[in-house]
Design a protein around this ligand. Sequence first.
Ligand SMILES: [Zn+2]
Length: 125
Amino acid sequence: MSAYISVELQRQVRDRFANCCAYCRTAEALTVTTFELEHITPRSADGETVLKNLCLSCPSCNRYKAQRQTATDPLTEEMVSLFHPQLQAWTDHFAWSGDATEIIGLTPIGRATIAALKVNRPQTL
Ligand SMILES: [Zn+2]
C-alpha cells in the first residue's frame, strides 16, 4: 500500500534530487520510466512520509532496496546501514569510475548500497 504524498511534497523531493535517482544518479529524463518517491526508512519500520525520509528513486533501485535499511559490505562482510540520501552526501560514499560507466563504493556504506541495490546492473530495456 502506498502512502499519500502531496503534490507539493513530491515537488520538494524532485527538486532536492534534481529529478535524478538518489542512489544510482540516473536522470529521469533519460529513461522511459517515471521515478518513484521512496521511503528511506520504510513505512513498515514506522518511516514517516516527510521530506527528510523521502528520496527520488528509479524503479530498479527502489525494488532492490525495498524494505532494507542495512546490507553487507562485500569487502569486510560487515552488516552496515544503507546510504541515506537525505542525511549523507553521495560523494562521501560513492564515486564514478574513470570512464564514468560504474559507481564505486568509497566506504562500507557505499559498497553495501551498491551491492544491495545492484546499482551497476546492466540496463536491460
Ligand atoms: Zn537508481
